[in-house]
Ligand binder design. Structure first.
Ligand code: PCA
Length: 332
């Protein structure tokens, strides 16, 4: 009996000491980050971001919460990179080629026919990655991971059998390369980001464009556009960026969780992209669009444009750019 009481008292004292110690320890505050993205919530890029955020939450036991703001709801597509650089957002997703004006290496994945398929796209990414990471690092940004879009095709409201058939069209552009392509085919380029594309088509600001099956699907393109040519001209990428200071402020556990989830999300994204690309094109067909491969003449014309763009790009990108392109070409 006596001993029971002693033991119980001792246990209670221990408990009290432990709770005091807990109260005295600095509370491990929950960290909350915002992740602006520019594409719809049900696009696989945004879905992958949400998957990534959940992985981080799980791995940190809820200590790092990342809220994804899809559909350009927090920042417009071209503003996201600066928001991350300045710390207005701790993390964000951007279409890297939007920023080609800043550095040609950002735009290499938007040159027609440099890659053919996802294996090539990955090799191109391996070649671009160190240069892009270094450039971003100098801007206060850490590169986390990249995920590809679907191969880019042509949307129009008439038959496009040759590049000449694109003359005079009002072509929506989303970066330097798509603007240049429109110019080279004698179309009128108009820069519109994906979030405003449906409206641009509805109002007639644009009546043709090049993008993936996924962006077509996202905007219900069949409501205004009848033809899709599955040209598979290039495979652009989104990249996920982290503000370096925000990353440095995380403890080791959270940093680790973020890096590991980033790696897993990258792997997952490259796996999903080709599966989804196929599915999206099937959906366009199912919605009644005329979906077809390009005529050989159309492909030839676009290939010539690709060569021109590569030449122009090399002039702008100089020796560093040439080294990236050479590294890619030898890795194929
Ligand atoms: N969709 C985005 C970029 C590339 C893509 O497939 C867009 O059209 O803006």
């Amino acid at each position: 009996m006596e001993w029971d009481v002693v033991t119980r008292r001792f246990a209670m004292a221990l408990c009290a000491a432990a709770s005091l110690a807990l109260a005295a320890a600095p509370a491990r505050a929950q960290t909350k980050w915002n992740l602006p993205g520019a594409y719809p919530l049900d696009n696989y890029h945004s879905e992958n971001l949400n998957w990534f955020a959940k992985e981080v939450e799980k791995a940190t036991g809820g200590q790092l919460i990342i809220t994804v703001h899809a559909g350009a709801s927090l920042f417009k597509a071209p503003e996201i990179k600066r928001a991350v650089a300045t710390g207005q957002a701790q993390i964000g997703e951007v279409l890297i080629s939007i920023h080609e004006n800043e550095d040609p290496v950002f735009g290499l994945d938007a040159i027609p026919f440099l890659v053919s398929g996802y294996a090539d796209a990955k090799k191109l990414w391996q070649a671009q990655k160190p240069v892009i990471a270094k450039r971003l690092d100098s801007q206060g940004i850490m590169l986390l991971y990249a995920v590809p879009w679907g191969p880019q095709g042509i949307y129009a409201n008439k038959d496009i059998n040759t590049v000449e058939d694109m003359r005079g069209l009002k072509m929506r552009a989303y970066n330097v390369a798509t603007t240049r392509i429109a110019e080279l085919v004698g179309a009128q380029p108009v820069t519109v980001q994906a979030a405003e594309l449906a409206q641009a088509l509805a109002t007639g600001t644009a009546n043709a464009f090049m993008t993936s099956g996924s962006t077509g699907y996202d905007i219900k393109v069949w409501e205004t556009i009848s033809h899709f040519y599955d040209v598979q001209a290039w495979i652009p990428k989104n990249i996920v960026l982290v503000n370096k200071a925000a990353f440095a402020a995380l403890d080791g556990t959270r940093q680790d969780a973020l890096l590991k989830a980033g790696e897993a999300a990258e792997e997952r994204g490259w796996k999903i992209a080709p599966e989804k690309a196929k599915w999206y094109v099937e959906q366009l067909k199912a919605k009644g669009m005329k979906v077809q491969p390009p005529e050989p003449q159309l492909r030839d014309g676009l290939e010539k444009i690709g060569e021109q763009l590569t030449e122009d790009w090399l002039k702008r990108a100089g020796a560093d750019g040439k080294a990236v392109l050479d590294a890619y070409r030898t890795s194929r």
